[in-house]
Design a protein around this ligand. Sequence first.
Ligand SMILES: Cc1ncc(C[n+]2csc(CCOP(=O)(O)OP(=O)(O)O)c2C)c(N)n1
Ligand SMILES: [Mg+2]
Length: 336
Amino acid sequence: MAKAPTRGGAPSALGVDAAVAKRLLTDMLLIRRFEEKAAEAYTLGKIGGFLHLYIGEEAVAVGATSMLRPDDYAISAYREHGHCLAKGSDPKRAMAELFGRRDGLSKGKGGSMHLFDKSTNFLGGHAIVGAHLPIAAGVGFAIKYQGGDQVIICSFGDGAVPEGEFHESMNLAALWKLPVIFLCENNRYAMGTSIERALAQTEIWKFGQSYGIPGERVDGMDVLAVRETVGRAVARTRQQKTPSLIEADTYRFRGHSMRDPAGAVYRTKEEVEREKQRDPIAQFRDKVLTAGLLSEADVRAIEKDVNDRIDEAVAFADASPEPPGEWLFTDIYKES
Ligand SMILES: Cc1ncc(C[n+]2csc(CCOP(=O)(O)OP(=O)(O)O)c2C)c(N)n1
Ligand SMILES: [Mg+2]
């Protein structure tokens, strides 16, 4: 049983109090259960198109987003359920989007790869590898132009690093001092291609040096380490308007998408099993129990709450109607 010296508001040996620990564990579990249910729904034919699961990588989105203010922005690629939920979107509306229903975050028109939520400043959901990095630089430019002090966290995979967009965006963000935190989620594969086969220089954080901006590497399976590293970058970016590059060392436990369920062709079973020992949720749960921040009963209550919320999300998505055919012709151009 857990000891309880630091419950309440006092920071613990882990550097967070019980309320923060509860939120981090809840958010990571919510993403995990959301995606486990989504995988199930996909096999039942309730979700069409692509479905890329973030399972194993939850600590990156949750740790990073926990250091943002609500008016800060987040943008990511197509493995974005976690980023969207971590930024505060309603899981019911996110699930409805995956199901292609009218109550979905993008009115059921986008699906899994095109979650978008103006109410939380989550700017998508982008299917073209690397395409959202210049958009993040543009958002950074807009923040600066309007004299704001928000930041944007731009999450992307290692597969974007060999592309021009990565280098062009980093260059302009550094040159114009834009408030962008480039967060590379290095899970070591772009579909079936390992980083060793795609990158001449595999220590991604070092690219920061080429553009004169801080670059750091962090254990992406450790939610507290992500918080600390991203927190430092956010503070620096907000005050000094200096972009940062962070490389989070992470791993996807499932395959690239539901069409590659296990990712077994290009990775060994041993590698996958070894990486699963670093499960960010199990690690964090053990840490908070050992530190006495949360009790076993607290953790069970969190799990029940998360399971109930995800059941509700699936029921909501099931009950939501299909979008009407005429919606095909709306939301195509923005009316000014
Ligand atoms: C410009 C472009 N080229 C190729 C693709 C096909 N494609 C889809 S996902 C992917 C791999 C990207 O891997 P990574 O950026 O590491 O993200 P991860 O899937 O590992 O999260 C590729 C090549 C694409 N969507 N866009
Ligand atoms: Mg990758």
